[in-house]
Design a protein around this ligand. Sequence first.
Ligand SMILES: Cc1cc2nc3c(=O)[nH]c(=O)nc-3n(C[C@H](O)[C@H](O)[C@H](O)COP(=O)(O)O)c2cc1C
Length: 214
Amino acid sequence: MNIIHICADPQPMEEAASKQIAASFFASIVSRNENARISNIDLTQEPPSLYSTEEFRNFWYPVLIDGYVPTKEEEAAAAYANNQAGMLLEADVLVLTMPMWNYSMPAMMKSWIDHVLSPGLLYDITDNGGKQSKHKLKKLVLLVSSHEVFSEADPRDGLTPAIETAFEDIGLDNVSVIWADGQNPKQHVDFEARKLMATEAAEELAEEICDDFN
Ligand SMILES: Cc1cc2nc3c(=O)[nH]c(=O)nc-3n(C[C@H](O)[C@H](O)[C@H](O)COP(=O)(O)O)c2cc1C
């Protein structure tokens, strides 16, 4: 089992609920599957650039404009996306770890997704404009933390539906969300219990994933 872990939480581990949940999730994976290959990418250490005009032209103009051939400069601008998506093509499971920021995902995570979901990498765009999947990812896991408490299908949640929809669109519709909400200790006296619940859910999910891939 090959897992790619993308983390967009700048806080140190001891202060970062999402990272602590990720640590328990991966400890549980490793204890059950010694052959699991895990690649960690910390976007706070290696932040992706914003999507550029050249990159847009490289990936999207050939789809939008018949016969468009990217320039050398446009091809060069695609290096990061090619590299990140290349790793994803080898992966079975993708894990995204992040806090909620302004009811959405941190900009670095959004940017990473913009790069890897460019046409021609994990999917092709067909003649009728549909998307044809090219990857072998079977599972997407979102590990999220937030100060506020969110209900199921909460209209304030602009994070999980956006990511789920983007990946469902390229054929990855097996998604699990583990969410430690209520992490503001001044507002939620039970913040530790909430984190513990999320940690236990992450460990159970890890067990299920290991069973599925055995
Ligand atoms: C820029 C910024 C924006 C935030 N926006 C929200 C928000 O919209 N809703 C929320 O519940 N918490 C928000 N928070 C709080 C974080 O989600 C919260 O601190 C989270 O638990 C931190 O996660 P961590 O412990 O994993 O680092 C925000 C924090 C920051 C720094």
